[in-house]
Design a protein around this ligand. Structure first.
Ligand code: SAM
Ligand code: SF4
Length: 321
């Protein structure tokens, strides 16, 4: 039998989004509560050697890209050493990070040969950054971005669209285009109950942008994700939109998610997670693949997220984005 993973609609899984920790030094209001949040106890998360087994097995079954996420992946002790080991068995490694620990990590990331780095940045205003993340760290994140550019790492900016930061969209486009890096605007997803009144749609963002720039769709595929890209001819900028709510991209979904405690999530909007931890700890490839295939049979063709309904009992820091 062909070693591949497909859902019942024939979509092939080629992309693993692997959360290596739910811990994070920020508390972005759309992702994590300010208090009363619970972290998974250390003893319950998969060890690095478990994650290596998982990566090696899934590579054999057609997974071509791994994105490491969290929480904040860089807060997990030994992360950079883990990346060195992972790279030996898995070539296409991508990371999503809040950028806080980036400056001091850039040299090693370059040495490892990380394929791409997405840095989250919602504003260029110090006070607003602090309001959104609860940490006064804009300068540190910007220093990380500049260092990564200096060392020619492949970089993208991720910006969550929000009413409170609508005034930042044009400055962020300028910032990214001056540095020749693509910027992607992400529609808020109702993973937590705190986001509804802040929702700003792709179309509303485009109206703001069109007052300053023209936007020309780009047909060629950029990056590995679901983003659709446009060119800003006035400054040679490249902007993308990831709009789960207003421009759903489920049709081409090639992704599965695994949390740091070994829960498989076949659709971001489906809380029906299954645990693959036992199979991983036993190094039981047959059982692992069978669990994943059974879960894929339940993957819906499309989500029906609406900004009015909280779609998950979990918050995004617990899932990995
Ligand atoms: N800590 C890292 C970071 O912030 O980039 C990685 C984990 S974070 C959960 C991954 C991505 O999810 C980030 O780009 C973040 O902006 C995005 N995100 C978190 N909560 C979200 C929400 N409710 N709607 C849309 N995107 C969200
Ligand atoms: Fe942390 Fe990233 Fe969530 Fe912000 S979006 S709280 S940085 S995990």
């Amino acid at each position: 039998m062909k070693k591949e993973l497909r859902d019942k609609f024939g979509r092939k899984v080629t992309y693993l989004r692997l959360s290596i920790t739910d811990r994070c030094n920020f508390k972005c209001f759309y992702c994590k509560p300010i208090k009363d949040f619970k972290y998974i106890p250390h003893g319950e998360i998969l060890r690095y050697e478990d994650l290596l087994f998982l990566a090696e097995t899934l590579k054999e079954y057609g997974v071509e890209k791994i994105r490491l996420t969290g929480g904040e992946p860089f807060v997990r002790k030994g992360f950079l050493n883990f990346l060195f080991s992972l790279k030996k068995i898995f070539p296409n490694i991508y990371i999503t990070t809040n950028g806080y620990f980036l400056k001091e990590s850039v040299g090693k990331l370059k040495k490892i040969g990380i394929k791409g780095l997405n840095v989250s940045l919602d504003t260029l205003k110090r006070e607003l950054f602090k309001e959104i993340t609860k940490v006064d760290a804009l300068d540190k994140v910007l220093a990380g971005i500049e260092e990564a550019i200096k060392e020619r790492l492949s970089l993208k900016i991720n910006t969550v669209l929000m009413k409170k930061s609508r005034g930042e969209i044009i400055d962020l486009i300028k910032f990214a285009s001056e540095r020749k890096i693509p910027i992607r605007f992400i529609e808020l997803m109702p993973i937590s109950s705190r986001v509804k009144k802040e929702f700003l749609s792709e179309n509303e963002a485009k109206e703001i942008i069109k007052k300053h720039y023209s936007l020309i769709p780009i047909d060629e595929k950029i990056g590995i994700g679901p983003s659709r890209y446009l060119k800003v001819p006035e400054n040679n900028g490249v902007i993308g939109f990831i709009s789960a709510l207003t421009h759903n991209f489920c049709e081409t979904c090639d992704k599965i998610r695994i949390t740091s405690d070994g829960k498989l999530r076949v659709c971001l909007a489906l809380d029906d997670e299954i645990s693959i931890k036992e199979a991983v700890l036993k190094r039981d490839v047959k059982e692992l693949i069978s669990l994943i295939k059974n879960a894929l049979d339940k993957k819906p063709f499309s989500h029906n997220m609406s900004i009015y309904d909280q779609i998950s009992g979990k918050n995004m820091y617990q899932i990995g984005g």
